[in-house]
Structure formats: C-alpha cells, structure tokens
Design a protein around this ligand. Structure first.
Ligand code: IMP
Length: 428
C-alpha cells in the first residue's frame, strides 16, 4: 500500500495515535497535514506512555521519516518540549527522522494569548478551544499576516515580519482587550533562538514526500482531530480551524490528493467531544459518566473531562462518506463491556423533522435529539480477545449491526490501549 490516510471520523480523540503507531510499522513516511499542538495522540508501548501533540506517531519506530507538513500550525516552544521529552525517553529525534515544512505557519505567544481572550469575549458563544493559539494563527494565515517557518529561521526576515505583526497584535491587545502589549525584543530573542534550533529539521517537505512516493516509498497521512471538527464539514462554528479529513491532505501536505490510495476512518464504539458545540447523542447522566470512567475520557491536551454519549451512526456515516473511506477501525470497544444494553443513534430528530443522513444544511443544532436504538450488551472482559469469533455473541452482533448502519466495513477492532490489543477483521 504506497499511500494511505488515517483520519478521525468523530470529534477527535478516537484513538488515532495507536492505530497510526501500528500502521507505521509498514510505512516509510508518516505525514501530519493540519492542526497543531491542539491534538493529543496517546500511544502506549508496554509500560511506556507517549503523548504526542505535533510530532507524528511514526517517531516511535526507528527508520521512519516523520513530516510536519505546511498545513500544520507549529508552536516551536511545544515542538521542542516534545522533542526533548522523546529524547529523554531514549527516542532519537533529528533532522533525518523529523522533517518540518518551511511553509508551515508559526504560533507565537500572542496567538495563544489572543485565543484565550477571544474566548472570554464571546461569552455564551465560546467554542471551548484548547487555548493553543490555533484559530488566531490560521486567521493570520488567511489574512496573509502570518509568519512561516521559513521566516522563523531567517533572523532578518523574522525581525521585519514580527515587528509588523506585533504592531497590529499590540493594538488589538491594548485597545480591544485592554491588556499589556508584547515587547518586541524579548519575543524576537526567544523565537530567533528557536528558529536556529529548528534549522536542521526544515525543508521543502512536500517535495520530499512526493519524491519518496515516486520512488515507491509508503506514505501514511496522519489526521488530527476529527471530521466533525473540520472547519468546512463539521459543526461550524464549533470546530477547529483546519480541514481534518482526507480533504486537508492535498493542501496541507502538498501532495496530490488523487494519489492517496486508501483512506481509513477511526471511530470509537461510542462518542466523545471536548469543548462546546452540538453533540446530539450525548448522555449527560449515569450512562455518560460510566463511559467517561471506563474509557478514562479526559483530554490528552487539556485534561478536560470529555462529554460522552452513544455512537452516532448518522455523523459517522457522513464523515466516512465525505472522506471516501475504504474502511474504518472501531476503537475502545472494551469500554462498553458491562452495559446491560448498548445504544446507537440512528437518526436525528427535531420537531417534525427527522434525518437519517447528517443535516449539514441546518444553521443550528439547537434542539436536535437522536433516535437511539438499543441492543443487548455483554459483561465479559474482552481486552484479551484477539479473534473476532472469540468475542461474546452479543458483542459480535453489536459490531455487525453498527457496520450495517454505517455502511462502511470495519477493518479492525481495538479492545485496549496496547499495540497488541487489536482484532483484525479485514484487509488494511
Ligand atoms: P482549537 O482547535 O483549539 O481551536 O479548538 C476548537 C475545538 O476543537 C474545541 O472544541 C476543542 O476542544 C476541539 N479540539 C481541538 N483539538 C482537539 C483534539 O485533538 N481532540 C478533541 N477535540 C479537539
């Protein structure tokens, strides 16, 4: 399989890190194409736990080239925290196994500050961002006032462009938010140093990946967040600021999208969401709390408790269809062990309206509820099961029924956090 995409098919946190880590064994390049340090991919290898925010999960495998593409918003402070953390755990990170696009945009301190201030300003309309400066950085990119990695590593250009950017940011900070402005010199000194440290990693990564692909290397595109948080396809305005699904690959990795041969969505056996915004199948009472406790559903980036609910087959069908997914991986199936009955949302309802396909045309999801169908649950611990045929009968029936509801084959099931806790079902 020369090139494939793995993306989140819900609201993020679907367990992509583990699946990408698993698939990275068979590829040469792992490429991030969007998002930033708002993502948090957790990978467990034996007793060791790695939480990656910016660096692709392939870094845990020797010999893989990991690429942070031009569509990623890079916070260099966070990037070096991550590089240093990996090195402390004995993982080699250098300009050979980590490549950073010269065209990626830089997140500065002022982006993070403005992210928090904008949220407070919005009152009830707040999005519940991760506060990592993602929205403000992508806003600058679209406004053409952003600084890219190629500016960061060139001190003269950095000074000129940072001076111009600060003039505008400081005016906003002082006159809109009544906050202290940033001083140019300390900011410049800090980032010029980060830029110089970053130099050995920087290149034209789009070309590097295209050349590698032409030479027969296998490339895996690693999505961050999920399709329901996509700026175009998701529950706008409660979304992140990038194209999270396969649609982001062409622009964000500078790779021809028609050359992405296979696409796999990752979705949990239930749903979670962090931050504000529509979540039609949310369960706020005991069911939601039980899922949260069993699945340890707390944000990898912010530590916030995640909102939990039944699997939303309407949203999942939509996101897999949008991505043209060849299959999907159902993760965290073990978390549902112990429920007398397990549910799946199969339609959306509001007043006299009823939708079994995602209503992307409605302005607001206010008042939208889900029609949930229940199926018998199972009590057995399934974390050690390695063959589909060994799962409890009701668990198998549940998986097969969901597959039918969603209409795309499930190629693998994940039943625990470790690399080994997977049940293959089809060809990846
Ligand atoms: P931002 O990406 O920090 O601007 O946040 C926008 C929305 O996306 C918020 O609801 C966040 O909680 C959500 N979000 C961003 N990154 C992730 C992620 O990796 N997992 C889950 N939710 C995320």
């Amino acid at each position: 399989m020369p090139s494939l995409s793995v993306f989140g098919a819900q609201w993020g946190d679907e367990g992509k890190g583990k699946m990408i880590d698993l698939l990275a064994q068979d590829v040469d390049f792992v490429v991030r194409y969007q998002g930033g340090a708002n993502a948090g991919h957790t990978v467990r290898v034996g007793d060791a736990k790695y939480v990656l925010h910016l660096i692709p999960s392939g870094i845990l495998h020797a010999g893989r080239v990991n690429v942070i593409g031009n569509g990623v918003a890079i916070d260099p402070v966070k990037l070096f925290e991550e590089i240093d953390g990996l090195r402390e755990k004995g993982i080699a990170v250098d300009g050979n196994n980590l490549r950073v696009s010269a065209g990626a945009h830089v997140i500065f301190e002022y982006h993070k500050k403005l992210d928090g201030l904008a949220e407070r300003w919005k009152g009830d309309g707040r999005i519940g961002t991760t506060g990592r400066g993602i929205g403000p950085s992508y806003s600058d990119k679209a406004a053409r006032t952003g600084l890219r990695i190629c500016d960061l590593i060139c001190p003269d250009r950095l000074r000129t462009r940072l001076t111009a950017a600060l003039r505008e940011k400081n005016a906003i900070l002082e006159h809109v938010y009544h906050e202290e402005p940033f001083e140019l010199e300390p900011l410049f000194e800090r980032y010029v140093e980060l830029g110089q440290r970053l130099r050995p990693f920087v290149g034209d990564t789009g070309r590097e990946v295209r050349e590698a692909y032409k030479a027969g290397k296998k490339v895996l595109f690693e999505g961050a967040q999920g399709v329901m948080l996509d700026i175009d396809a998701g529950t706008y305005p409660f979304v992140t600021s990038s194209n999270t699904g396969t649609a982001g690959i062409g622009a964000g990795a500078s790779f021809p999208p028609q050359k992405v041969e296979r696409a796999y969505g990752i979705a949990k056996a239930y749903c979670t969401r962090v931050g504000e915004g529509p979540f039609p199948s949310e369960q706020e009472g005991e069911i939601g709390e039980t899922i949260r406790a069993a699945g340890n559903e707390y944000g990898a980036t912010t530590g916030r408790p995640r909102r939990c609910g039944w699997l939303d087959a309407v949203a999942l069908r939509y996101s897999l269809e949008l991505a043209g997914a060849d299959g999907w991986v159902m993760t965290n199936l073990d978390v549902l062990s112990g429920f007398a009955e397990v549910g799946v949302a199969t339609r959306y309802l509001r007043g006299d309206d009823s939708w079994d396909c995602y209503p992307a045309h409605i302005a607001s999801f206010e008042g939208v509820e889900t029609g949930v169908e229940m199926r018998p649950g199972w009590t057995e611990d399934i974390t050690g099961v390695t063959k589909f045929s060994d799962l409890p009968a009701s668990c198998k029936a549940y998986v097969e029924w969901i597959e039918e509801c969603v209409g795309t084959p499930i190629v693998m099931l994940s039943v625990g956090p470790d690399r080994t806790q997977v049940i293959p079902r089809g060809e990846l």
